[in-house]
Write a protein that binds this ligand. Structure first.
Ligand SMILES: Nc1ncnc2c1ncn2[C@@H]1O[C@H](COP(=O)(O)OP(=O)(O)O)[C@@H](O)[C@H]1O
Ligand SMILES: CC(=O)N[C@@H](CCC(=O)OP(=O)(O)O)C(=O)O
Length: 266
């Protein structure tokens, strides 16, 4: 079976056109490829923390996560967005099955920083790919919140781009990151310049030159690290463009493709 991991960013989820959900629901029938959704929800976690007057701190793009912050992130990701996306897909004609890494311990995590300096932020050590495949075989669209669990039962907040990369690696799937921009852009070149392809070293230079900043950094890093595993292709594309998913699935050019270095033989 062919899988496509679709990471829905918090920047776009609630503004994603209905047609985009419809295209996800039709992907298997039209292109023979099973969609697996992994989603974020960062901006709404910020809102919830602001309401609680809890300080918001990021360290290298990762949210410093006390147990209280993890509880809020879990409420927004595994509660609010996970079920909203499942309902949207059902409305669009699909049958979605929503869960997080905590359910069935299907994504195990350990602390990114064992010294506790950023709290319970996790990195994924194991994904139960068989469970995800089983759901796909039964005709469900898995919808996965990145909140994950440690072997001792600690619940971890995991960056959604990283979680999506781990799921894609486990399934040997390609991955697309759906966000609120047409791809990786360079406003120094022009206000609309989008790279169609970037290699690892070009990406590193754009980070160095501060052309890639903020939330785009964990995204390109997740793309590059899953290319080192079992993932062949990673693309960042625009959720506002409802056609982008089908354009990608039919082999057309869209968004920014992040690739390993091209090997040249003498
Ligand atoms: N070079 C770049 N090209 C495009 N977007 C960039 C770039 N550098 C930083 N960004 C920012 O990254 C954001 C996407 O990251 P993020 O907000 O974390 O997305 P999501 O919630 O979709 O995962 C864009 O909205 C944009 O503001
Ligand atoms: C550890 C960490 O930073 N977790 C993220 C999880 C959500 C996320 O990644 O959402 P987006 O895809 O919308 O950015 C957070 O708390 O914001």
């Amino acid at each position: 079976m062919n899988y496509l991991v679709i990471k829905l960013g918090g920047s776009i989820i609630s503004r994603l056109p209905d047609l985009f959900f419809q295209n996800i629901a039709e992907l298997k029938e039209k292109y023979g490829c099973c969609p697996v959704i992994v989603h974020g929800g960062g901006p709404k976690i910020n809102e919830a923390l602001e309401q609680k007057k809890t300080e918001i701190i990021f360290h290298d793009g990762l949210r410093v996560s006390t147990p209280e912050v993890v509880e809020t992130a879990e409420m927004i990701l595994s509660g609010h967005y996970n079920k909203k996306i499942a309902a949207k897909l059902y409305q669009a004609g699909g049958r979605a099955f929503g869960f997080s890494g905590v359910d069935g311990a299907c994504m195990e995590a350990e602390p990114v920083k064992p010294d506790g300096s950023i709290g319970n932020v996790g990195k994924i050590t194991k994904v139960d790919g068989q469970l995800i495949e089983l759901l796909c075989r039964k005709g469900y669209i898995p919808v996965i919140s990145p909140i994950s669990i440690g072997q001792n039962g600690t619940v971890y907040n995991v960056n959604a781009d990283t979680a999506a990369g781990a799921v894609a690696s486990a399934l040997h799937a390609n991955i697309i990151f759906v966000s609120d921009i047409p791809g990786v852009m360079n406003r120094h070149i022009s206000s609309t310049h989008v790279y169609s392809r970037l290699t690892a070293s070009e990406t590193a230079s754009l980070i160095e030159e501060e052309i890639i900043t903020g939330g785009m950094i964990p995204k390109v890093q997740a793309a590059l690290s899953c290319l080192q595993e079992n993932v062949k292709e990673t693309v960042i594309l625009n959720g506002f463009d409802s056609n982008s998913l089908f354009t990608y699935a039919s082999g057309g050019e869209c968004g920014t493709k992040i690739m390993k270095e091209e090997v040249t033989y003498a």
